[in-house]
Design a protein around this ligand. Structure first.
Ligand SMILES: [Zn+2]
Length: 256
């Protein structure tokens, strides 16, 4: 099986669904990752990385690209495919004031770019952002729209378009332990299609997250990461963003 994950910044893959990605790779599936930007507006959290050596923009993007390559190697993924868009920044006011940012890029054009990669990789399963962008980052929400559009448009250009689109999400109870609004960014258990026990991959997830040193901070700081990301080493849940090929009979049995 071929799996294609589509995320916006280096580290999204490691924080949102590293366990599932590495599980699939360890089972012999081909796992690809598209990363829309190099995260060049991200803050640096590691005490030993001198911010002034990596100012926001190209230098910081290069640093984060290297971190992403290392994380992909740890997880057993193919080398990441960078789309060369620019990180809009966070929060929304910052992103809105950055006209070069990904959130301002033409949506149909982004869909075209994704579609070309989908047609080449021919994944059976895609993984991408939910409508809330996991925690509301404007780039995540923009990429959600493009990914959803490309997933459905793939049916027009491919003999065997991807069958499933999955969105990693967090349960309301988990989001309630963070600074984010659980009503907006949390999902109820009854909405979840699939939960993956990632405890067997805890060490790999930890290593992938720490490979994003500029974002995760030092190893000594990992307890803080776990506090900010409850459930990171335990379970990853997904909602179904799209399914193709459900027969009329399946639907009739669903709807009576
Ligand atoms: Zn992100």
């Amino acid at each position: 099986m071929r799996v294609l994950a589509v995320f916006a910044h280096p580290d999204d893959e490691s924080f949102f669904c590293a366990g599932t990605l590495t599980k699939l790779a360890s089972q012999g599936h081909e796992v690809y990752l598209i990363c829309a930007t190099r995260g060049e507006q991200g803050r640096i959290r590691h005490p030993a990385i001198d911010e002034t050596c990596y100012p926001k923009g190209e230098a910081r993007g290069r640093l984060r690209e290297k971190e992403l390559e290392a994380a992909c190697a740890i997880l057993g993924l193919r080398p990441p495919i960078l789309l060369d868009y620019q990180d809009s920044g966070y929060p929304l006011e910052v992103a809105q004031a950055n006209p070069q940012g990904f959130m301002h890029q033409d949506l149909p054009q982004v869909e075209d770019v994704l579609l070309a990669h989908i047609a080449q990789i021919r994944p059976q399963v895609m993984i991408g952002f939910d409508p809330q962008g996991y925690y509301g980052h404007a780039d995540h929400i923009h990429l959600h729209r493009a990914t959803l559009g490309a997933f459905w448009r793939a049916g027009n250009v491919m003999p065997e378009p991807p069958k499933y689109l999955l969105f990693p999400v967090r349960l309301k109870e988990q989001v309630a332990r963070t600074k984010f609004d659980p009503e907006r960014y949390g999902v109820s258990a009854c909405s979840v299609a699939l939960c993956v026990d990632v405890r067997p991959y805890a060490e790999t997830i930890r290593a992938a997250v720490l490979a994003h040193a500029s974002q995760a901070g030092s190893e000594e700081n990992f307890a803080q990461v776990l506090e900010d990301w409850p459930g990171l080493l335990e379970e990853e849940c997904f909602v179904l963003g799209g399914v193709r090929g459900l027969s009329a009979e399946d639907l009739r049995s669903l709807l009576g």
